[in-house]
Design a protein around this ligand. Structure first.
Ligand code: HEM
Ligand SMILES: Cc1cc2nc3c(=O)[nH]c(=O)nc-3n(C[C@H](O)[C@H](O)[C@H](O)COP(=O)(O)O)c2cc1C
Length: 487
C-alpha cells in the first residue's frame, strides 16, 4: 500500500509515479518508451491520471504494454486526503465527458456536420475539444484539407433521367450501404463515455464501415461485442500502428482477424506526433502549482523537445519488409494509411496494397498536401493506380458534396475523423444523425449531378476553374491543373 502523499513526492522525470484506477505505477523507466511521449505523463507525475488515461487507452493497455514490475500496488486513501480525493474526482470528470447543464445544445438544432463541431466546442471541456481540433504547428494543413474541397467544382449533367439513387458500394471488397466511413481516431471517450461502442453501433444500424482504431478506449472484443448486439454480420476494419515490439502488434492483428475484422490499415504517417500547440496550450499546468514551473526537465514535452516522441513505434520499415511482414500474417485486404504523394501511391500499387490518402487530419506534418491534391497528382502521373487499387481518402470532409467530389476523382471509400468524433458528443444518436445527414447530402448531390449509382461518378463530373469566393492563390500558392490537363 502506498499513500497519496508518498506518490506526490515522485513528480519528476527521474522519479515519476502516477495513480491509475487506484493503483500506483512507477513510470520512470517507461517514460521514453511511451508511444504518447513522456511529456503528457510528466504533467500528471505524482498525481492521479485515471481520467486522462481512461479516455485515451483501452482497459487492457496496461496489461499489454507495461511490465508488472512497475506496479507498486494499490494507493491508500487516508482520511485526511478524502476531501482532496473528492476534489480531484470532480475535476477529473470535468476533463472528460461531463456536460454542464448550462451548456446543453439540442441535437434537434443540428442540420449539418459543421453544426456538430460548433456543438462540441460548446459542450466539451476545452482540453477535449482541443485534442480533437488540433492540427500541427500553424494548422495550415488542417485548414487546407477543408478548403481544398471547396476549390473543386462539379459539371452537372442535368438531362439524365433520375428516379432512384443508390449509394451502395464496396470498400476493399466488402459491401456497405454507402461510400463514406468512420475513420480510426483515438480519444473517442473524450467525446462520450461510450466512445467506440456508440460509433460501432451507429455504423451497424446504417450499414456503414467503422474502421476501428488500435488506440480505441475499448478492447477489440468489447467493440466486437457491441457490433454483435446490433448486427451479427456487420463488418469492421482494424487500423494498426506497428509498435517496436512487432510481436505485440502481430498478436493484435491475429486477434482482430479471429474476431471477424475484414480489412486492415497500417498507419505510416505517425512515427512521431506533430507539434499540436492547441493541445500544449490547454495542457499547460494551471490547476496544480507544483513549484516546478521553471524546471526544464519537466518541460521537455514542449520547449526543450517540441515534438512528442513516439519511440515505441516501429521506425525501420521499408516497403518490402512492411508488406512482407503483414502478408505473412494475413490475406485480408491491406491499406497503407498516410499516403501523400503519387509516387508512394504507385509503390502501394506495386506491392499489392491500397493507398489511403491522408495527412492524419493535418496533425502531423504541417504543409502536407490535402487528399484532393494527391488524388489529382495520381490521376495526372499514374492513373493506373485507380485501376489496380482501391484508393481510400480522408481529410477535411464535412459535406456530402466533398464525398461525391472525392469519388468522382477516383476514391473508393471516403473517411471522416473529426466529423464523427464531434457528433459523438450526443452519443450513438449523434453519430446516427451525422450518418443520416451525410447520406441525404450525398444522395442529393448525386441526383443533381445526374448520376444514379456510385460507379457512374467519374472525372468528367469535375472541374477546377475558379474558386467559390476568392482566387485560390489568395489562400495558398497552389494552382490546380485545369480539367483538360487531367484527361
Ligand atoms: C500506465 C502506463 C501507460 C501505458 C502502458 C500506456 C500505453 C500507451 C500506448 C500503448 C499508447 C499507443 C496507443 C495504444 O495502443 O493505446 C499510448 C498512447 C498515448 N498515451 Fe499512454 N500509456 C500509459 C500511461 C499514460 C498516461 C498516464 C497518459 C496521460 C497522462 C497517457 C497518454 C497517452 C497519449 C496522449 C497517447 C497518444 C495519443 C495519440 O497519439 O493520439 N498514457 N499509451
Ligand atoms: C482526434 C483524432 C485522433 C486520431 N487518431 C488516429 C489514430 O489513432 N490512428 C490513425 O491512423 N489516425 C488517427 N487520426 C486520423 C484519422 O484517422 C483521419 O485520418 C482524419 O481524422 C481525417 O481527417 P478529418 O478529421 O479532417 O476528417 C485521428 C484524428 C483525430 C482528429
Amino acid at each position: 500500500m502506498v499513500t497519496k502523499a508518498e506518490v506526490s513526492k515522485h513528480s519528476s522525470k527521474t522519479n515519476c509515479w502516477v495513480i491509475i484506477k487506484g493503483v500506483v505505477y512507477d513510470l520512470t523507466s517507461f517514460l521514453d518508451a511511451h508511444p504518447g511521449g513522456s511529456g503528457i505523463i510528466l504533467k500528471y507525475a505524482g498525481r492521479d491520471a485515471t481520467a486522462v488515461f481512461e479516455s485515451l487507452h483501452s482497459n487492457d493497455t496496461i496489461e499489454k504494454h507495461l511490465p508488472p514490475k512497475f506496479n507498486l500496488g494499490p494507493v491508500t486513501v487516508s482520511n485526511e486526503s478524502q476531501a482532496e480525493e473528492k476534489e480531484t474526482n470532480g475535476s477529473a470528470a470535468a476533463t472528460t465527458t461531463s456536460i454542464p447543464k448550462t451548456k446543453r445544445v439540442s441535437i434537434k438544432s443540428i442540420i449539418n456536420i459543421r453544426d456538430f463541431e460548433l456543438a462540441a466546442s460548446q459542450i466539451l471541456p476545452a482540453k477535449s475539444f482541443a485534442f480533437f481540433k488540433a492540427g500541427a504547428d500553424d494548422e495550415l494543413s488542417a485548414q487546407w484539407n477543408r478548403t481544398s474541397w471547396q476549390a473543386v467544382r462539379f459539371r452537372p449533367r442535368v438531362l439524365a433521367p433520375i428516379r432512384q439513387v443508390s449509394l451502395k458500394t464496396t470498400i476493399l471488397g466488402t459491401e456497405f450501404s454507402c461510400p463514406f466511413f468512420i475513420c480510426p481516431a483515438g480519444g473517442a471517450k473524450l467525446a462520450h463515455p461510450t466512445g467506440e461502442l456508440s460509433l460501432t453501433r451507429a455504423a451497424a444500424k446504417h450499414d456503414i464501415l467503422h474502421w476501428v482504431c488500435n488506440m480505441a478506449g475499448y478492447t477489440q472484443s468489447e467493440i466486437s461485442d457491441a457490433r454483435n448486439a446490433e448486427a451479427k454480420e456487420q463488418k469492421l476494419f482494424w487500423q494498426i500502428y506497428a509498435l517496436s515490439d512487432l510481436a505485440v502488434t502481430e498478436k493484435e492483428i491475429r486477434n482482430a482477424i479471429k474476431l471477424g475484422y475484414k480489412g486492415l490499415a497500417l498507419t505510416a504517417d505517425a512515427i512521431r506526433a506533430g507539434k499540436r500547440e492547441r493541445d500544449v496550450r490547454t495542457s499547460l499546468p494551471d490547476e496544480v502549482d507544483d513549484g516546478h514551473d521553471d524546471d526544464e526537465d519537466d518541460d521537455d514535452g514542449f520547449a526543450n523537445n517540441p515534438t512528442v516522441s513516439r519511440s515505441n513505434v516501429w521506425t525501420d520499415f521499408d516497403w518490402v519488409s512492411a508488406i512482407r511482414w503483414l502478408r505473412g500474417i494475413t490475406d485480408l485486404p491491406i491499406a497503407i494509411k498516410g499516403i501523400q504523394t503519387w509516387e508512394d501511391a504507385a509503390l502501394c500499387m506495386h506491392y499489392g496494397v491500397h493507398p489511403w490518402l491522408s495527412n492524419h487530419a493535418g496533425r502531423q506534418l504541417d504543409g502536407a498536401p490535402s487528399s484532393v491534391e494527391t488524388l489529382i497528382a495520381i490521376r495526372k502521373n499514374c492513373p493506373l493506380v485507380f485501376e489496380k487499387c482501391e484508393v481510400i481518402v480522408d481529410g477535411g470532409i464535412t459535406r456530402g458534396t466533398d464525398i461525391v467530389k472525392a469519388l468522382a476523382l477516383g476514391a473508393k471509400g471516403v473517411g471522416l475523423g473529426r466529423g464523427f468524433l464531434y457528433s459523438l458528443v450526443f452519443g450513438e444518436k449523434g453519430v446516427s444523425k451525422a450518418i443520416r445527414i451525410l447520406k441525404h447530402e450525398v444522395e442529393t448531390a448525386m441526383a443533381l449531378l445526374g448520376v444514379t449509382s456510385i460507379d457512374q461518378l467519374s472525372p468528367p463530373h469535375i472541374c477546377f476553374s475558379g474558386t467559390p469566393s476568392a482566387p485560390l492563390s489568395h489562400r495558398c500558392n497552389f494552382a490546380f491543373p485545369t480539367y483538360d490537363s487531367l484527361l
